[in-house]
Design a protein around this ligand. Structure first.
Ligand code: ZN
Length: 173
């Protein structure tokens, strides 16, 4: 299959209605020199693109394999991501010869992929050569890094539950 360096779409195509774009986008678009995260494969994409006046809406899914080191034991790890439900819109100028979806898609993928991996995320057993006791702290619960602060709150509440369920307090009175 022809590997693309850009995903382009033409206003004349969109004028005919929804367009479906399927193919492979070169991993070179990520250009992650200063990151620990590295793409291992090109990005296979399946997108549906619609234009509403000056807005182009793109929806669909991609698959790509990234490599990063385990944040605990530094073992290199690879993980394949099937990212579904991608959606982004772009303001466009109808004077443009074509619209370039590449940068928006790149951003959309990087938002969904954590920059740091751990063995626990990759293997079901969560086996890691280095086993810190504070396992929950450096182990993001999902594919979104932004979720981790809320888990601290949950931990506090679960501590309260344990205290409330104990009879020891009454014995001391
Ligand atoms: Zn590890």
């Amino acid at each position: 299959m022809n590997i693309l360096n850009k995903i382009l779409i033409y206003p004349s195509e969109l004028a005919q209605g929804e367009q479906r774009l399927k193919g492979e986008l070169s991993q070179s678009v990520f250009d992650l020199k200063s990151y620990d995260l590295k793409p291992v494969t090109d990005v296979s994409f399946d997108l549906r693109v619609n234009q509403f006046d000056q807005e182009v809406l793109t929806q669909g899914e991609v698959s790509v394999v990234f490599q990063s080191d385990c944040s605990r034991c530094l073992k290199p790890l690879e993980k394949e991501y099937h990212l579904e439900g991608l959606a982004f819109s772009m303001e466009v100028d109808e004077e443009d010869e074509c619209y370039d979806l590449t940068e928006e898609l790149r951003e959309e993928i990087l938002i969904r992929v954590p920059q740091y991996f751990s063995c626990a995320q990759i293997s079901a057993e969560g086996a890691c050569e280095i086993n810190y006791p504070q396992k929950s702290i450096d182990n993001p619960s999902s594919d979104s890094v932004q979720n981790s602060p809320s888990s601290n709150q949950d931990d506090r509440w679960s501590g309260l539950d344990a205290w409330g369920g104990s009879d020891e307090g009454r014995d001391n009175q």
